[in-house]
Ligand binder design. Structure first.
Ligand code: GAL
Length: 679
């Protein structure tokens, strides 16, 4: 088994976070104190320069990097490595004054004024040039600094720009995509509808709020374009760094399932995936475990983008945040629990926003390791220091990865298509929640599940769940068919295979593109239920599932019917079916069911695949990381009460105690067990 440590020279796991020394350059005492406190907290890395452009270059062409060099040197002397950002996420005032085209134009066609951040035009040649210049200077100055371990490209890319430059670029993108043949586009977008035909690519406008929004293909292609253009901007940022520092890896920080960018298209350009995790801990809408399980799902989304290496938790709040509707404190113990969850899920880093609270401006009340009080004598600091200690003990885990034999298919294009389609229930489509809900069922069974794209290689998996796969791209149907024929078990649900990659409906019956044959059913109609409507599905053994929101009426071709509806005009008609093809099985569940109810069917599929279910007390999360040097089991108790987990054998990395049989976990406590025989 291979071990792929992300940052070998750090010797293991990173602990640290965003550090903004440029805010304290007139307080050398504070900068000195930071180093002392970082060592005390077990911090071995910081991310700097994320929003430092106006300090690096206070006036055009007037560069100042000495301050950063002094700080990087001092940190390095003290064993603290630097993740260095490119500063494109926020612009100095002089830049916007000199080059207004760098400022974004909104979907109503109005140009932003200077201010805020993450609001530049991705097309603007001037902005690209200014970014390239500063990135080049940074790489030339710091590329060979022994403390530099990673480039952090910009910050949380996002948003759209509707300026004339972007509109033009969009037209070029479309012309390239449709082979410069406008009739090809007209056909793909079905523009004859409502007389929306285009004569040439230069007639096509982005979907302005007060413009064309009824062409589904246009709306979707605009989203794809925004991802493409952002990725292109990011590639330009990366190119100059790679030219000067080919050996320094690059990342950019993602944000959960951010809707505006298809992260999977950006991932190949990055050496390592990183993301920012800010769950609403202790919210009043769900039990704590559900919040944590949701966070685990997001970890899995990130991990699955590069399965063969660890990912990075780039930001998380050491205390509270300041931007949620209610900024509740993390209860004692929760910090360590959440940090270990990241590592358990495959992260080799625990990084925070932020090291020290700023005195002024928008984030002055955002949590930090060091409070305005400026001392280590705080609850938050102590909890962070505990994490530092824990990460020291978990160093052997660095470089190991999480391996899954099950996967759920989640796809941004499909998500955008479902959002954009006119139909179903406006409030109840809930694609993301549906995927997450199913993923959580596997988490509760202690079974690792990747979150992968429908057109990706599925050969590592035995069980694949494909919820609401409304859009089937040309390669997807063949991919799914090959998976089943090769012995995989596939489960698809209502709303599978209605449209192709351009959102044209399949003719000849849903699911289209040959999937009706794979599942042995045709979905003739889909019923949207009112939120209070209920139906049921009954299996032969009397087991019943409750139906909510959506129920398809099926015509069964040659599938076995496992369960049927109990009510309404489709009472007695098939609701759950299975068809064997090649060496595998294709299940179809025609309705949305109440949370947790499909777990029984998932269990059957897992048993058949020989994947063991880990018996866990409710509220306990379980993961396994493995590599050439060992296999490690992670147990996280999200309950405030103690629990006992059975059948655990091996030394606990944190306490050193050897567990033989029962693992006793106190409330909100964790254990990492090294499996024996894996040395
Ligand atoms: C992130 C951002 C950070 C900081 C943080 C606050 O989204 O990247 O710069 O603003 O949120 O929670």
């Amino acid at each position: 088994m291979e071990k792929k440590m992300l940052f070998p020279k750090t010797g293991g796991l990173l602990h640290g976070g965003d550090y903004n020394p440029e805010q304290w350059l007139d307080r050398p005492d504070i900068l000195e104190e930071d180093v002392r406190l970082m060592k005390k907290a077990g911090v071995n890395s910081v991310s700097m320069g994320i929003f430092s452009w106006s300090v690096y270059e206070p006036a055009e062409g007037d560069y100042h990097f000495d301050w950063l060099e002094r700080i990087m040197d001092r940190l390095y002397e003290n064993g603290i490595y630097t993740v260095l950002a490119t500063p494109s996420g926020a612009r100095p005032a002089w830049l916007d004054a000199a080059y207004p085209e760098a400022m974004r134009v909104s979907s109503r066609g109005v140009r932003d004024r200077h201010g805020n951040r993450h609001n530049h035009c991705m097309t603007s040649p001037v902005y690209r040039r200014k970014t390239e210049q500063i990135n080049r200077r940074l790489a030339e100055r710091f590329g060979s600094h022994p403390g530099l371990i990673l480039w952090h490209i910009s910050n949380e890319y996002g948003g759209e720009c509707y300026c004339p430059l972007c509109a033009k670029r969009f037209q070029q993108y479309l012309a390239d995509k449709f082979d410069h043949d406008i009739e090809k586009l007209n056909k793909a977008w079905w523009t004859v509808f409502w007389s929306h035909r285009y004569n040439s690519f230069d007639q096509i406008e982005p979907p302005y709020e007060n413009g064309e929004r009824s062409v589904m293909g246009l709306n979707l292609e605009w989203k794809r374009f925004t991802t493409w253009n952002t990725t292109d901007f990011m590639k330009a940022e990366i190119a100059v760094l790679k030219e000067i520092t080919p050996d320094i890896p690059v990342t950019t920080n993602f944000m959960t399932l951010y809707d505006g960018l298809d992260y999977r298209r950006m991932a190949p350009e990055l050496d390592v995936i990183s993301w920012d995790s800010y769950p609403s801990f202790h919210n009043d809408g769900e039990p704590f475990f559900e919040t944590m399980a949701e966070n685990a799902f997001h970890h899995s989304v990130m991990r699955s983008m590069k399965k063969d290496k660890p990912f990075m938790l780039m930001e998380s709040a050491p205390g509270l945040v300041n931007w949620q509707a209610f900024n509740k404190l993390k209860r004692p113990g929760v910090h360590k629990l959440a940090c270990l969850q990241a590592v358990a899920s495959g992260s080799d880093t625990v990084q925070y926003f932020q090291w020290r609270k700023s005195r002024g401006s928008a984030e002055q009340f955002h949590g930090a390791v060091v409070d305005h009080r400026g001392t280590e004598d705080t609850r938050v600091f102590r909890e962070v220091a505990q994490v530092g200690e824990m990460l020291q003990k978990l160093r052997p885990v660095a470089g190991t990865t999480v391996k899954a034999r099950t996967a759920i298919l989640f796809d941004w294009d499909n998500r955008w298509a479902i959002q954009g389609m006119q139909g179903l229930g406006r409030e109840t489509k809930r694609y993301e929640e549906t995927c997450m809900g199913i993923w959580k069922e596997f988490l509760k069974m202690g079974v690792e599940m990747d979150v992968t794209a429908p057109d990706q290689d599925l050969s590592d998996y035995d069980v694949v769940i494909a919820p609401m796969l409304y859009m089937l791209k040309s390669e997807t149907a063949a991919n799914l068919r090959a998976f089943v024929e090769g012995g995989g078990q596939l489960l698809a649900t209502y709303l599978t295979g209605y449209v192709d990659q351009d959102q044209l409906c399949f003719l000849g019956g849903f699911p289209g593109d040959g999937l009706a044959e794979l599942f042995g059913v045709i979905s003739e109609e889909i019923d949207t239920l009112y939120p209070s409507d209920r139906n049921h599905i009954r299996f032969e053994d009397g087991r019943e599932w409750e139906v909510r929101d959506y129920a398809e009426v099926l015509q069964v071709q040659d599938a076995r019917v496992l369960a049927s509806y109990t009510e309404d005009f489709y009472q007695g008609m098939a609701a759950v079916t299975c068809k064997e093809t090649g060496k595998g099985k294709a299940y179809y569940v025609a309705a949305r069911t109440a949370p947790g109810q499909m777990a029984w069917l998932f269990e059957q599929m897992l048993k058949e695949a020989g994947i063991s279910i880990r018996q866990l007390p409710a509220g306990v999360e379980y993961h396994v990381r493995s590599g050439e040097e060992g296999t490690y089991e992670f147990y996280l108790n999200h309950n405030t009460h103690p629990v006992k987990v059975e059948n655990v054998q091996g030394p606990d990395l944190e306490s050193g105690a050897v567990v033989q049989g029962d693992l006793e976990l106190a409330g909100l406590c964790t254990a990492v067990i090294r499996l024996q025989g894996t040395d």
